[in-house]
Each structure stands twice: as structure tokens, then as C-alpha cells.
Design a protein around this ligand. Structure first.
Ligand SMILES: [Cu+2]
Length: 139
């Protein structure tokens, strides 16, 4: 008996591989800082807007798997990935009510860097890291 490998079955196999790869891509959470754009020159106050995919953005009081809330690290490095993101630290902002934007109203003129990190209700970053960085200049 012979097993036929026709172009059709090859095409179907390839399509299945592609769709599972696409699925893996869409289910892995991402975050993007949609404004300000990387490299932009802006006037203050600077509204930072965030778009997450593959993770539901909720208030920090919502203790469910598959959820998280945004954090902004403004002109400072991110804290270690396995640590709780601290509160009350200059340059670290928890958007703990599930917000997807935040206005930075006290940035001085000059270059700035904002890193967005999605963390769970314990304020520990999701793994793999869900992170995005923009650099911009305030005029
Ligand atoms: Cu937090």
C-alpha cells in the first residue's frame, strides 16, 4: 500500500502549521505604547496611551489568571522581573484601576524614556515579560 503525498495534503499541512504559529503569536500577550511614538518630539503634558493584546487589563483588585494592569517606568530602569513592582517610588506608576492611559504632566524639556510593563494583581511582571519602550523628546 502506498501513502499518497499530494500537493493538496502538503498544502493543508503547511496551512495547519501556519495557523498554529499564528495562534501562538496572538495568544502570547503583548503591550504597545501607542503614544507618544518612539522618537517623537512632543509638547507637555504628555499623554501615554497603551494597548495590550492577549491579556485582559483589569484593576489590580481583580485576582484572575490571564489578567494584569499596566505599569510605567519613567526615566528609570525596570525593577527585577521576579520582584514585586514597588509603590511610592518616583518614576514608577501603577495603573492599578485598569487604566490604559496616563498623563505625565511634570516632564522637563529634553529626552525621556518610558517603559511599559504588564504585571499581575500581585504587581509581579507577567512571564514572559510583556514590555514596550519609547523614547521621545519634550520640546
Ligand atoms: Cu501594580
Amino acid at each position: 500500500m502506498r501513502i499518497w503525498t499530494t500537493p493538496l495534503t502538503l498544502a493543508l499541512g503547511t496551512a495547519a502549521l501556519l495557523s498554529s504559529a499564528a495562534l501562538a503569536q496572538t495568544t502570547r500577550p503583548t503591550v504597545k505604547i501607542t503614544t507618544p511614538r518612539n522618537g517623537a518630539s512632543v509638547t507637555g503634558p504628555v499623554k501615554v496611551t497603551l494597548k495590550a493584546t492577549g491579556v485582559e487589563i483589569v484593576p489590580a483588585t481583580d485576582e484572575r489568571p490571564g489578567t494584569g494592569h499596566h505599569h510605567l517606568f519613567v526615566d528609570r530602569d525596570v525593577t527585577p522581573a521576579n520582584d514585586t513592582i514597588p509603590r511610592g517610588v518616583t518614576g514608577i506608576i501603577h495603573l492599578g484601576r485598569g487604566q490604559t492611559d496616563f498623563v505625565l504632566d511634570s516632564l522637563r524639556p529634553g529626552p525621556h524614556r518610558v517603559i511599559a510593563v504588564v504585571a499581575d494583581w500581585k504587581h509581579v511582571p507577567l512571564k514572559p515579560l510583556v514590555v514596550d519602550t519609547v523614547r521621545f523628546t519634550v520640546k
